[in-house]
Design a protein around this ligand. Structure first.
Ligand code: G6P
Length: 535
């Protein structure tokens, strides 16, 4: 029976269940908030005979309870009864050849094939089957047969839907051993794509965004809200936006955003950053921001994603599908887009003058070649990985712009290599964490930012004096650092302000090589998924 529903997205936390008679089948992805209530109700109705019911089993029984001969009517009752954020596909033997699908505040995409039609929670999952897609909004009811697709609103009116062709090439590893390495190496090309057509006569423009001075001058405060790697991109964004726009910026982890009752109003710009555009916490923050009247701008890799669609404005990071769980090329593309966006808004506001714009744009255009230079000399990483792979505790230290990158470097190492790693503001390290340093400790010191260089070096000396092994990331030509560390990875000389876009690349390569050296599953680390659609 499970073959009846093409079980797309299995690896991405979706679940399949049928009733014991195999009359009904449900595929489900998401989070149900009233599971206990459903369990109690179904038990009272005598529909829960099995001991421990999974969420998907509860849904099957709920579908069965409401079924009166037409699945598309049943699903409306199910939507009323079940609380949460989810996507469902349902099938019954009593209506063979038909699948009904719906999403409640999550994502649902229909793929149109030659002989079959498909449901999935994101476009990437569909690419091996078809490139013709249709995006479904919350609570629209889709009825699919191999020949036909009908989409209606919850009240039964036909919803007009656009069918579009996806231009990506899908998930092909080519000659690479791992997607992560392929994606790291795609960064120079990604930078070129992001820059192409976006700068004319030193003026930045975006294909998907037009802002007026009236709009940008209204914004008195910016919030950047995101999760994981995207949150780290936001921390760099704070420095970029504050410096170029002279507006205070707060950066918030999406899952924490609503708890403090953030002080936002119609004069606030909330920038949500999400590679997938489907992360539930970020989506919830976006909705909260909108409900308080703020303008919401999404930076995303999937403009057609729920986050892209629900935001007032969207900017695309042009990364193409990112398959490895550990995000790499999307991170640097997010950073690049933040610089471009800050320039764009700053030029409209008048806080970025021509000379400054020219200097930064010049530096941005040098990025693809500088990144290629880093990627052309990667021989040292294998040796370094062999040397440090047994350390199970690592601290990444940095100040200023190097600090968020220390968080990102630590996250990459944790995700890919199962090494306990922490990113730390180097100056804060002495207030406690220094007590953990022994001769087993691995320190990765980010010594790139000029204005914090001497101070970071002082922290490095403190750690080394206590036996730590230190690997530094420093700028080409820096001889001083060699006196205080065990190894150095050099970056080509780069403009200090845009350096973060390059500084992270050695950290990605380090995590990749240590992961390989430790025999870990580089692309699919245990317990992690690419896109987290539950809060
Ligand atoms: C998951 C992924 C991370 C990603 C985070 C946010 O945890 O494993 O790589 O940074 O979600 O995802 P988003 O798609 O919103 O950027």
């Amino acid at each position: 029976l499970s073959n009846v529903l093409g079980f797309i997205g299995k690896k991405q936390n979706s679940f399949l269940a049928s009733d014991s008679a195999e009359d009904f089948l449900v595929v489900f992805k998401g989070n149900i908030e009233n599971g206990e209530e459903l369990k109690k109700w179904l038990a009272e109705e005598g529909l829960l005979t099995e001991g421990e019911a999974t969420t998907t089993k509860l849904l099957v029984q709920t579908v069965k309870y409401y079924y009166k001969g037409k699945l598309e009517e049943t699903i409306k009752d199910v939507l009323d009864k079940v609380q949460g954020i989810f996507t469902l596909g349902v099938f019954t033997k009593q209506e063979p050849g038909k699948v009904v699908a719906v999403t409640k505040d999550s994502s649902l995409v229909i793929g149109l094939g030659d002989e079959n039609n498909f449901i999935a929670s994101d476009i990437i999952s569909l690419l091996p089957y078809t490139k013709k897609c249709m995006l479904i909004n919350s609570k629209e009811v889709c009825v699919l047969t191999p020949e036909e697709i009908k989409v209606t609103t919850i009240s039964g009116e036909i919803a007009s839907k656009e069918i579009f062709d996806v231009s990506w090439n899908g998930a092909d590893k080519g000659s690479y051993e791992h997607f992560m390495l392929k994606e790291i190496e795609e960064q120079p090309a990604g930078f070129r794509t992001n820059l192409s057509g976006r700068v004319v006569n030193n003026q930045v423009k975006f294909e998907s965004l037009t802002l007026s001075s009236e709009i940008v001058n209204r914004w008195k405060k910016i919030f950047i809200v995101a999760c994981g790697t995207s949150y780290h991109a936001g921390l760099i964004g704070k420095g970029v936006f504050e410096s170029l726009l002279h507006i205070p910026v707060e950066v918030e982890i999406a899952s924490e955003f609503s708890y403090r009752g953030p002080l936002i109003n119609k004069d606030t710009l909330v920038i949500v950053i999400s590679q997938s555009g489907e992360t539930a916490d970020t989506l919830a923050a976006l909705r909260e921001a909108k409900s308080k009247g703020a303008s919401v701008l999404a930076i995303t890799n999937v403009l057609t994603s729920t986050i892209g669609r629900e935001s007032d404005y969207s900017v695309y990071i042009w990364s193409g599908p990112e398959i490895a769980i550990a995000s790499t090329k999307a991170f640097t593309a997010m950073l690049l887009v933040e610089y471009l966006l800050a320039l764009y808004i700053g030029q409209i506001k008048g806080t970025v003058g021509d000379t400054q714009a020219k200097e930064i744009i010049g530096a941005l255009f040098a990025l693809p070649d500088l990144a290629a230079k880093i990627l052309n000399s990667t021989e040292q990483y294998e040796k370094i990985a062999q040397k440090y792979k047994e350390h199970t505790n690592a601290f990444f230290l940095g100040r200023g712009f190097d600090w968020p990158l220390s968080l990102e470097g630590a996250l990459k190492l944790k995700e890919t290599s199962y090494v306990h790693a922490e990113g730390y503001p180097a100056g804060e390290f002495k207030h406690g964490s220094l007590a953990l340093v022994t001769d087993d400790t691995f320190i990765i010191a980010l010594c790139v930012q000029k204005n914090t260089y001497e101070k970071t070096l002082a922290n490095v000396k403190e750690c080394r004096a206590r036996g730590a092994k230190v690997l530094a990331i420093a700028l080409e030509g820096d001889k001083e650092v060699t006196q205080y560390v065990d190894d150095v990875i050099y970056l080509p000389k780069v403009n200090n302000f845009i350096a973060p876009i390059l500084t992270v690349i050695p950290l990605q390569l380090l995590a990749y090589n240590i992961s390989k050296a430790r025999g870990c599953n580089v692309d699919q680390p245990r317990n992690l998924v690419k896109s987290i659609v539950i809060e």
